[in-house]
Design a protein around this ligand. Structure first.
Ligand SMILES: Cc1cc2nc3c(=O)[nH]c(=O)nc-3n(C[C@H](O)[C@H](O)[C@H](O)COP(=O)(O)O)c2cc1C
Length: 439
């Protein structure tokens, strides 16, 4: 406000950085922040000493919510039931959701000791880009239903912590606005449009906004049934019913933020409908996006995108081989967080055979069910090069607000480093050579 009075309006990130002294001490978990933008003139200097410093806030989060599960519980209380069910649901009897979690418990390591002081390093390079850890944020659609501006907050988290953020085609904020927060940490996920003009336009918009890695999703040949979301009253387009209004009333913080931002809309794709009405936009998503992907389309994408292209949702080793033949730069092993095909194998179960088939020709990315740094370590052990996490980052923001994603990343990275040292390894390469019992 003061700045506006003085003739300029700082962006949210400028205000954020203005809370800091010149540099934030660089820790192993979080690399140094970019130089802060400091308002050194007159009265605005006071912004410099805002009491709710980021570091203190994160220390408080670490004390009160040390596990990601703590955030899930808090998020569940803060968002309307329909939003929670949308995020949390699998499909069918949801047994795959359960198996995605339990699969990790079957990998038990044999730690080695008496190695002196160990320091685990997590810095990783993928497609020529350096990240602070082999951990990133998976694409999530209709994100604003969970908390307004989630994409902006998580993109800023990605930039601060130097981990990738993957923006969904059906996110509620556009590449143009998210690009302003994400720095060089942006990936873009494509639900392949049937119409090539739409496809090329999406790719161009993402590229111009600074997104450099393209993730094309293969595992949605059609929408899945997601019975739990239906039962909770989620329809496309979302309808405001008395039940929804009641849920809004009993979640005032959520409703207030939603009123400020407006009801969630698929802002990226509404551009192509000439009509912002959600009915038209969801019709467009249903009819014009997805269900089209084949290996020729992947080859065309490789031509159309100047940068790495990764195919997401691979579970069969022969599909991994085809993806490599089609020129894909990476294989993304995933079962879509158990939301598409309840009869599928767990992503972790699929990983060893795919790693064998890929034989280090291209990097392997992985997601589905990861909730701890130890889970990340297990996926790396089985052959993943990079591990993405979906729901937990959204829980972070829904539970704790705009720095909630930073807390989730810190938990994952800290837990990964801690468990590497418990095992007796300092690097991911050494981790792969460790011994484990898999039952
Ligand atoms: C609410 C929700 C929406 C999602 N939307 C997309 C999407 O738009 N595009 C996509 O490729 N995957 C999407 N996914 C799948 C995630 O990218 C990721 O594969 C999955 O969440 C990983 O499982 P996890 O949540 O257990 O970490 C979505 C997942 C959830 C939970």
């Amino acid at each position: 406000m003061v700045c506006t009075f003085l003739g300029f309006t700082p962006t949210e990130d400028q205000l954020f950085y203005s809370h800091y002294p010149c540099t934030r001490p660089s820790t192993k978990l979080s690399p140094g922040l970019p130089s802060p933008i400091i308002f050194r003139t007159g009265i605005t200097n006071f912004l410099y000493f805002q009491p709710m410093a980021y570091k203190k806030q994160l220390e408080r989060f670490a004390q009160r919510y040390p596990r990601i599960e703590d955030l899930a519980q808090k998020a569940k209380k803060r968002v309307p039931h329909v939003a929670w069910e949308y995020l949390d649901a699998g499909t069918g009897d949801e047994s795959l959701l359960h198996h995605n979690r339990t699969a990790f418990q079957h990998i038990r390591f044999l730690p080695r000791f008496c190695k002196g002081v160990l320091e685990a390093t997590t810095q990783t390079t993928l497609f020529g880009q350096t990240y602070s850890a082999p951990i990133g944020m998976a694409p999530i659609g209709l994100t604003g239903l969970l908390w307004p501006r989630v994409e902006h907050y998580l993109a800023a988290t990605a930039h601060r912590l130097q981990i990738p953020f993957c923006l969904s085609t059906v996110a509620t904020e556009t590449p143009e606005t998210v690009g302003r927060h994400v720095g060089d940490m942006g990936w873009f996920q494509l639900y392949p449009p049937k119409d090539k003009d739409v496809r090329n336009s999406l790719l161009q918009r993402a590229k111009e906004a600074g997104f450099h890695t393209l993730v094309v999703t293969a595992d949605v040949p059609m929408a899945s049934r997601r019975e739990r979301s239906k039962r909770a009253g989620l329809t496309m387009p979302p309808k405001i019913t008395p039940r929804m209004l009641w849920q809004g009333m009993i979640h005032p913080a959520y409703s207030y933020q939603t009123l400020l931002r407006g009801l969630p809309r698929l802002r990226t794709v509404e551009h192509y409908t000439n009509n912002n009405d959600m009915k038209f936009v969801s019709g467009f998503v249903g009819n014009r996006l997805g269900g089209t992907l084949d290996w020729d389309y992947c080859k065309e994408l490789k031509e159309a995108w100047d940068g790495p292209v990764v195919v997401k949702g691979i579970l069969h080793p022969q599909d991994a081989a085809k993806a490599i033949d089609s020129g894909m730069d990476g294989i993304y092993v995933s079962n879509h967080g158990a939301r598409q095909f309840n009869g599928a194998v767990t992503a972790l179960g699929a990983l060893p055979a795919i790693a064998k088939e890929v034989n280090a020709k291209v990097p392997i990315l992985f997601d589905s069910g990861v909730r701890t740094g130890l889970d990340v370590m297990r996926a790396l052990y089985l052959g993943a090069d990079f591990v993405l996490v979906g729901r937990p980052f959204v829980w972070g923001v829904a539970a704790l607000g705009k720095y909630g994603g930073d807390h989730v990343a810190n938990i994952l990275i800290d837990d990964l480093q801690n468990n590497m040292v418990q095992l007796g390894v300092e690097t991911v390469d050494a981790l792969r050579k460790a011994d484990a019992v898999i039952d």
